[in-house]
Design a binder for this molecule. Structure first.
Ligand code: M6R
Length: 585
């Protein structure tokens, strides 16, 4: 994970520009941040905590700087483990994203040669390896290439050297993008940090040298790569929570409008992609986390509406099923960011098997979008809070359109989504919101909580539990109603909250029976349902629209999670230990 940035500027503002850029990269991790400023000596500043509060101290001018925002993988969240990392003599400083899988053996060898390591990170082997190569190799580029040849894993890094006005970078399995403006050259793990009009997305196995000119070469062969500048299509305007206190709250409230937009999606786009699904010999949904839950909802929607079975595989497990992938398979990855490492890995497996890729992303400029044959974009706009909310409901709404289009009923789906958009607004009415706030206060001290649903509400149960645990740190688990009695019911004791998701569908009676089983053991039953029921200890009223319950029922659960975070004094936008984009495997 982690965000990396390097800037070579004609002015002396590179360090401040790096800090500004890091604020845009913070979604990739916010355990610690650090900056190295180039010059005769390398000046380092590192801190734990969020970059949003960062200020550089002492002399912070310079025309060359690199920066990093960290999501800890190797080594705890400490100032010493914060990047940049250097060689023994602090002549080389490196910021790194990804994982060096063989760092332990490399570290041992380097220590035997007398190198002193300060941190527990895998990153630190990079500057020491180069330092070691430079003992026998005068040419820096050759020493760098020889060092990289020893690294195993997927990574990207940027480095500077003392006494040298240039940036070096390597892309090998993790994204890098270069941007150029009149007085700056930028290299970063994300286009969001490039406010330039022209950009180049760096392909894998590339060595980049930025000085007066930019040179790209193949990592292995050293041959020059001719990469073309393209227009930066990312709108780089400031995004604020507006009238809301937090992005999470704002993004939850945006959902009715986004669903309305989806109801107006271009019929040709949806029908062409529905035809792709219909004619493929096996379609595989792959996704992680919340996007996986959207895909699970999609599996049910395709089964119920299109009478089609879509295979669903957690992206990180997909490679285990590669034997079933042929050039007639359709891989259907879902990803808000389009940068999730596990999803990208699945897409690369599919590319190798020459399968077609139809992806559903919220970021049209993402690596996944560029790997795909066909891209559908959720019109949710940038999702800033680490918790995915509006991207999730957008994914399900688009899957609903696709499933209906496969069944030849696109117009009905459009109409349903338009109605849904209006229905969702009732969840945000004062009375309903107050009831959720009251519930949050009531259950805020629970140590464990369960969510159950059947059919379309099964995905809601999993997603509601994920939302609650991510942001409030209450231990929450979601189950299909039938599964509770196969073990988890042992955990139910007096007053343990159990959220029961009920819709007016064929699963209603059975899920209410499951709720009774929990109540009989003392559980506190919170019913999310169109009508109250005597089994419920607390009722959250939702609009009655069973076919779209995967969207309707999650919205109050998103709000409940938000109010639980507030009640427990947790940061709703940046929960501990998480990052918006999970860019390591
Ligand atoms: O960007 P993606 O949709 O690929 O991200 C997948 C998961 O990492 C993501 O949904 C994660 O579970 C969120 N924290 C959920 O709120």
């Amino acid at each position: 994970m982690c965000g990396i940035i390097g800037i070579l500027s004609q002015k002396t503002d590179a360090p401040d520009q790096v800090v500004e850029a890091l604020k845009k990269l913070e979604y990739r991790g916010y355990d610690s941040w650090g900056v190295a400023i180039g010059g005769k000596y390398i000046k380092l500043q590192k801190n734990i905590g969020k970059i949003s509060q960062a200020v550089l101290v002492n002399d912070t001018t310079g025309n060359l700087a690199i920066g990093h925002t960290r999501w800890a993988t190797h080594g705890g969240v400490t100032q010493i483990n914060a990047h940049p990392h250097t060689d023994c003599l602090e002549k080389i400083a490196v910021v790194h994203n990804g994982i060096i899988e063989n760092f332990q053996e490399l570290k041992k060898d380097l220590e035997n040669f007398g190198h002193k390591f300060l941190s527990q990170t895998d990153t630190e082997v990079i500057p020491h390896l180069i330092e070691e190569e430079l003992r026998t190799e005068e040419d820096f580029k050759t020493a760098l290439v020889k060092s990289v040849a020893k690294l195993k894993g997927s990574y990207a890094f940027v480095l500077i050297r003392a006494n040298s006005n240039e940036l070096w970078a390597v892309a090998n399995g993790c994204p890098l993008v270069v941007g150029q403006s009149e007085n700056q050259l930028i290299i970063s793990s994300d286009i969001l940090a490039c406010k330039t009009k022209k950009v180049i997305y760096i392909p894998e196995e590339t060595l980049i040298h930025i000085a007066d000119e930019i040179e790209f070469s193949n990592l292995e062969t050293g041959k020059p790569k001719n990469l073309k500048w393209e227009e930066n299509k990312v709108e780089n305007h400031e995004i604020t929570p507006g009238k809301f206190k937090h992005f999470l709250e704002k993004e939850i409230y945006e959902q009715p409008e986004i669903i309305k937009k989806i109801s107006q999606m271009d019929v040709r786009e949806v029908e062409t992609n529905a035809a792709l699904i219909r004619h493929s010999f096996g379609t595989f949904f792959v996704a992680c986390g919340t996007s996986y839950h959207a895909a699970l909802a999609g599996e049910y929607l395709f089964s119920q509406i299109a009478k089609m079975h879509i295979n669903l595989i957690s992206a990180g497990e997909f490679a285990n099923f590669r034997h079933f992938i042929t050039d007639k398979t359709l891989l259907f990855p879902l990803s808000q960011s389009g940068e999730t490492a596990d999803v990208l890995e699945a897409a690369k497996v599919a590319v190798k098997c020459r399968a077609k890729i139809l992806s559903l992303v919220n970021n049209p400029n993402s690596t996944l979008a560029r790997l795909s044959d066909v891209v559908m974009v959720t019109p949710a706009g940038p999702e800033i809070a680490v918790l995915s909310t509006k991207a999730y409901t957008s994914q399900i709404a688009i899957l609903y359109l696709l499933a209906n289009a496969v069944a030849g009923d696109f117009a009905k789906a459009q109409c349903d989504l338009e109605n849904l958009s209006e229905m969702l607004k009732t969840i945000f009415e004062n009375e309903s919101v107050e009831k959720l706030k009251k519930l949050a206060k009531k259950i805020k001290n629970a140590t464990s909580l369960f969510t159950i649903g059947r059919g379309l509400n099964y995905a809601v149960a999993l997603e509601a539990a994920l939302k609650i645990k991510e942001v409030s740190y209450i231990h929450a688990e979601g189950f299909a109603g039938a599964d509770l009695k196969h073990g988890p019911i042992a955990l139910i004791e007096k007053d343990v909250p159990c959220i029961v998701l009920v819709s007016n569908d064929e699963n209603k009676e059975e899920i209410l029976s499951n709720a009774m089983e929990v109540r009989a053991r003392g559980g506190f039953i919170i019913g999310v349902a169109p009508e109250n029921n005597e089994i419920f200890d607390y009722h959250i009223k939702v609009p009655d629209f069973a076919e779209l319950s995967s969207i309707i029922n999650i919205v109050p659960m998103q709000l409940l999670s938000y109010y639980l975070a507030i009640a427990r004094e947790c940061d709703p936008d940046k929960p501990r230990n998480l990052a918006k984009s999970v860019t390591v495997k």
